[in-house]
Design a protein around this ligand. Structure first.
Ligand SMILES: [Zn+2]
Length: 353
């Protein structure tokens, strides 16, 4: 079994939603459930050793547009969110992450040593991520506080606009060049993340925003859960030019398991073969090299192929990659080592690389 450190999941969103219905997040995660994709028993069964766990403020108005006969669809961007209620929700999700840590259900990792130790102790190695910074104020005061609470990664925007920048809509086929990039405050956010040691995630940002970060940031470029646009032309996927820039910066792309981003027809259909996932990995490895490709499952945030099903089915992908010719050292890079390299760099723990 290959231990997998995964670049993106929404388990905190699912646990938060369950608490709103009267459930208990620690019990649901620790004892397991039939709901969603990730809990402790299923993570153990599938070799999911840890990953970036997102604080994400849901958009109440998000209704994915049904595709036309030719498969095309264009869901409008969700409306911008108010900061105060977003901050409340972000605090509630961060509190779930901290309660899981206090209960010993997972380790909330702030350093690479934390991740190493958690994995050695067979504890789920969670890293706190923020997907869209609606909870952060223009003065970035909340950023300091979330950093102190363990935040070590963020995407300035989700697929909606905020004070930091502009996001891409869910649309097929569509270029990711859908609007403006970072705002002036967004530029300050990038600089502050570089200074504090917070990874900057480029999934969901417009192509202009991508280039703005590429110009400003002193860190490798990372798209935690995106796929190649050449294979599936959704606005959320990355053009070859973007992949070239990521390679140049020694960054990475995490393979998103969302079927709409894996299937050539862009359809929401779980009957999507593992060979589609392998095809994306092959393409990314060709463009980025074996050091630039990783996993970014989007578990608990997307419909995934039925042959994966949940975190418990994660090794099915590894077996498919083995059968496609990937050896042990290559799989170790894809499954975790590439993530560790960019995290070490973003967190200023860099050694030789
Ligand atoms: Zn996402």
């Amino acid at each position: 079994m290959q231990a997998v450190f995964d670049g993106h999941n929404d388990v905190l969103l699912r646990l938060w939603q369950n608490e709103k219905k009267g459930g208990d997040a620690v019990t649901e995660f620790t004892e397991g459930t039939h709901k969603g994709h990730i809990d402790l028993p299923r993570a153990k069964a599938g070799g999911l050793a840890g990953g970036l766990c997102a604080i994400y403020i849901p958009s109440g108005d998000l209704v994915l547009k049904a595709p036309a006969a030719d498969g095309s669809y264009a869901t409008p961007l969700s409306e911008p969110l108010e900061r105060a209620p977003s901050l409340d929700i972000a605090m509630e999700m961060a509190s779930i992450a901290l309660r899981l840590e206090r209960a010993g259900s997972w380790r909330l990792c702030r350093t690479m040593a934390d991740i190493d130790n958690a994995m050695a102790d067979e504890k789920f190695a969670a890293v706190l991520h923020m997907e869209g910074c609606e909870a952060i104020d223009a003065d970035l005061a909340a950023l300091e506080v979330f950093y102190a609470a363990g935040l070590r990664s963020l995407g300035p925007v989700w697929s909606r606009n905020n004070i930091f920048g502009h996001g891409v809509p869910f649309a097929y086929p569509m270029s990711p060049d859908t609007g403006p990039g970072l705002t002036d405050i967004g530029r300050e956010l990038v600089k502050e993340c570089n200074r504090l040691g917070i990874l900057i995630d480029l999934s969901h940002i417009t192509e202009k925003g991508f280039w703005d970060v590429a110009e400003l940031s002193d860190q490798p470029l990372v798209a935690s859960h995106s796929n190649p646009h050449a294979l599936v032309p959704v606005a959320r996927n990355l053009t070859d030019k973007q992949l070239d820039a990521i390679r140049e910066s020694k960054g990475l792309v995490g393979l998103n398991f969302a079927v709409t981003m894996l299937r050539a027809d862009g359809r929401e259909n779980a009957n999507t073969p593992l060979s589609d996932m392998v095809r994306h990995i092959d393409y990314l490895v060709d463009k980025l090299g074996i050091d630039g490709v990783a996993i970014g499952s989007d578990f608990d945030g997307a419909l995934v192929p039925q042959d994966i099903g949940t975190a418990a089915g994660l090794q099915n992908l590894i077996v498919a990659l083995q059968e496609a010719g990937y050896g042990g050292a290559e799989l170790a890079k894809l499954c975790r080592e590439n993530w560790f390299r960019v995290l070490r760099s973003a967190w200023h723990e860099t050694d030789s690389d």
